[in-house]
Design a protein. Sequence first.
Length: 191
Amino acid sequence: MSKPGLRRRWRPSRKLIAAFFLGAAVAAIGLSGARAQTASSTDSPAKLPRYVSLKADRVLLRQGPGTEYPTAWVFRRTGLPVEVLEESEVWRKVRDAGGTVGWVQASLLSGRRTALVLPWEVKEGQTNTVSATLREDDRASARAVAQVEAGVLANIIGCENGWCRVSAGNYRGYIEQAKLWGTYPDEQIKP
C-alpha cells in the first residue's frame, strides 16, 4: 500500500525495455541501410571538380543548397553531363556546358560518364551543322564510322591518349577528347 498523497513511481517492465532496445536497433539498421542505398545510388563523393550525369529527365537547379531556395533552371535531359564544383550534405553545386551554375540534390546525379559533342558550336538560328567524326580506332587516320552533330549526347565508354570511345545512338567509335564536354583534357577513364 502506498501512503496517502504519494504516488507509486512507474517502472517499465523488462519486456518493455527489451522491446524498446530491439526496436531502436532495428531502426538503426534500417537507417544505415537506407544511407548505404542512397550513397550507392548517387554520385560517389570524390575529388572536386568532377563530371557526373543527371539521372532524371526533370532536375531542378536551385539557387542554393536546399528546397527553400528558388528554382533557377530545370534540366530536362536524362544523362546530361554536369560538373560538380562543391558539395554540401545532400546537395551538389554543378555547372552545365553552357556555364549555368546552381545546386541539385545528389540523389539525382549518377557517376555514369557522358559527354556533349562540341556544345560550344551549337548556336541559335545556325543553319549549317558542325559535327565531329566518330572513328573506328583512336587515330585521326582511322576510318570514319559516322558524323556526330554538335550537341549530341554520347555515353563515354573510356578515354586515354586524347581519344574517347563513346556510343552515340546506334554507333560506337572514337572521338577526340578535345571535342567533348564532360571530360577533362587528357583525363584517363577506364572502360
